[in-house]
Design a protein around this ligand. Structure first.
Ligand code: AMP
Length: 250
């Protein structure tokens, strides 16, 4: 059976994000870009399913600019077999991405469809849920364990106060949480091999999707600067400040 993994190109999580001076968005020029960390966990999980003999082929998909080929090559270096880049310079929103993923999942007859629980740039946490709704299939979100057995998949989910296990009929959607696995590093020979793996170029219009956003970002602003702390000389001084300056004590 085939696994489809959706990966997004985002600003690397180690980069301190800077807002553009005109507050129109985040500065992307000369910034290191990577696979969204939750998507990397999704790729790793697919590779582990392939290593267990559950999955026979892994297809990675991204919707993004031409440069997102880099992230698809990285995913193939981790073990994906082939890639599809749906090229768009627009900031494509989750619903449109979900529509594109639905077309691809159905055309490929993918049985296990893995996404990150959220993309760390826009923090939507929507795409997997929308995809499950559009396809009319089950979803296991915030997965910390995935077991595929026959035509079923058991997904253990991280919920408030513990773990919940759901059984899903295939095809089904999984969105990955941080504890699902620890992605491997790509070995050099695999990075070289990934250069030769197939990468297909598509456009949103090939799937009948208009990528132009129906949502306009009106302003992006950095979080307020934290004011400097003070060192107090005594407990009495601290209590006095809490009462009279911070006014958090009566
Ligand atoms: P979001 O709903 O935007 O927080 O993203 C959740 C997950 O949906 C990501 O971790 C990806 O697996 C997938 N996804 C979001 N945006 C894209 C994109 N542009 N291309 C491919 N997959 C995406």
């Amino acid at each position: 059976m085939k696994a489809l993994v959706a990966v997004k190109r985002v600003v690397d999580y180690n980069v301190k994000v800077r807002v553009k001076a005109d507050e129109s968005g985040v500065e992307l020029a000369n910034v290191k870009m990577s696979i969204n960390p939750f998507c990397e966990i999704a790729v790793e999980e697919a590779v582990r399913l392939k290593e267990k003999g559950v999955v026979s082929e892994i297809i990675v998909v991204t919707v993004g600019p031409k440069e997102a080929q880099e992230q698809l090559r990285s995913a193939m270096a981790l073990g994906a077999d082939r890639a599809i880049l749906v090229e768009s310079s627009d900031a494509v929103r989750p619903l449109e991405i979900a529509k594109i993923l639905k077309s691809i999942a159905e055309a490929e007859d993918a049985q296990v469809i893995l996404l990150g629980k959220q993309a760390i740039d826009d923090d939507n946490n929507q795409t997997g849920q929308m995809l499950a709704a559009l396809m009319g299939v089950g979803q296991g979100t915030f997965a910390s364990e995935v077991v595929v057995d026959g035509g079923k998949m058991n997904v253990t989910r991280e919920v408030d106060g513990g773990l919940q296990t759901v059984e899903l009929k295939l095809p089904a959607i999984v969105t990955t949480d941080l504890r699902l696995n620890e992605p491997r590093y790509a070995a050099l020979p695999n990075i070289m091999k990934a250069r030769k793996k197939p990468l297909e170029m598509k456009a949103p219009s090939d799937f009948g999707v208009d990528a132009a956003s129906k949502i306009q970002v009106t302003k992006v602003s950095p979080p307020p600067e934290r004011s400097e702390g003070v060192t107090v000389g005594s407990v009495d001084e601290l209590i006095d400040k809490l009462k009279n300056e911070a006014k958090v004590l009566g």
